[in-house]
Design a protein around this ligand. Structure first.
Ligand code: ADP
Length: 302
């Protein structure tokens, strides 16, 4: 079940929260919506889930337009909103039964057992929601979103405010819950996308600035690759800059970082340079750039 977003714009008064966003969210994949605070992630999710109307543009969920089919679409969606509103005085089962009633879920008891199992709520099941840790409250929110067994899951910052152990656990829950579903989750954490998502859409100031497989993010770096090379002695830095494809050189003793543009693989040229200049290559490796670096580069100045 796919989600199609076309030229979507949202204004809050003068504030442009979404600026002409066009995006396809594919079925059966976990898609990360990655962006800093205020980028427009929640706004996009609220429009997809029919909680707020757009200013311009169109959104289709499974071919249904959000303008005309809110009720129908909500039946297909599980939504974990940003602040996960829950009823603190309710017991977990009591709350899930209440939600099951709203959705008129058949076989509610067995379905509640299933979502308790998927989200790992078992050990805390005897507590009221108000007495749960933030991590467990988040699991209750996920259980609520899963109850209807919706083909589409929309999770807004599902790990925010959790401690590192809880984050790892909730990510596992999400991966389990996302099997065979179309899942969109927002986050401002690069590692989260790496750990959980098949695809990533980077959003900044209301615009999508990258849309690709998580593995392909590096192609948005302006193409820069970094080769780290160590020779047995110092060489002329300007000579290294002359290697075809090299755009920048950083020097530290006889160790150099060579930045190259695009997909150009300069390694062979570096070896040739070494031979031509009677240098021995002591080590040569490609430096992996962190997602943080990539993110900073993509969002800078946009
Ligand atoms: P994110 O989820 O990426 O943090 P949001 O979608 O919450 O971003 O917000 C996008 C922008 O819209 C921000 O500048 C935010 O201040 C603004 N915004 C969000 N909700 C409202 C609102 N109800 N009224 C006015 N401005 C809003």
């Amino acid at each position: 079940m796919s989600i199609e977003i076309s030229n979507l714009t949202k204004l809050y008064g003068e504030q442009k929260a979404l600026d002409n966003v066009t995006l396809s969210i594919r079925k059966g994949e976990i898609t990360g919506l990655l962006g800093p605070n205020g980028a427009g992630k929640s706004t996009l999710m609220k429009i997809i889930t029919c909680f707020i109307p757009q200013t311009a543009g169109e959104v289709w969920v499974d071919g249904l337009n959000v303008r005309d089919n809110a009720l129908e679409i909500r039946k297909k969606l599980g939504y974990l909103p940003e602040n996960n509103p829950l009823y603190p005085e309710m017991y977990i089962r009591e709350y899930l039964s209440f939600i099951a009633g709203i959705y008129r879920i058949k076989n509610a008891f067995s379905r509640i057992d299933e979502v308790i199992e998927i989200t790992g709520l078992g050990p805390e099941i005897h507590k009221t929601i108000g007495k749960l840790s933030k991590g467990y409250r988040q699991r209750v929110g996920l259980a609520q979103a899963l109850l209807n067994d919706p083909p589409v899951l929309i999770l807004d910052e599902p790990t925010s405010g959790l401690d590192p152990n809880q984050i790892v656990e909730i990510r596992e829950v999400i991966k389990r819950a996302g099997k065979n579903k179309t899942l969109v989750m927002s986050t401002h954490i690069m590692q989260e996308v790496e750990a959980v998502c098949d695809r990533v859409n980077i959003i900044n100031k209301g615009r999508i600035v990258a849309d690709d497989k998580t593995d392909n993010l590096s192609r948005y770096t302006g193409g820069a690759r970094i080769i780290s090379v160590e020779f047995d002695k110092k060489t002329d830095r300007r000579g290294l800059t002359g290697i075809p494809g090299v755009i920048k050189v950083q020097e530290e003793g006889n160790h150099y970082l060579l930045f190259s543009k695009g997909e150009t693989d300069i390694r062979a040229a570096v070896f040739k340079y070494a031979v031509d200049h009677q240098l021995t290559v002591l080590s040569l490796s490609e430096n992996q750039r962190s997602l943080e670096d990539i993110f900073r580069e993509i969002t800078l100045g946009r």
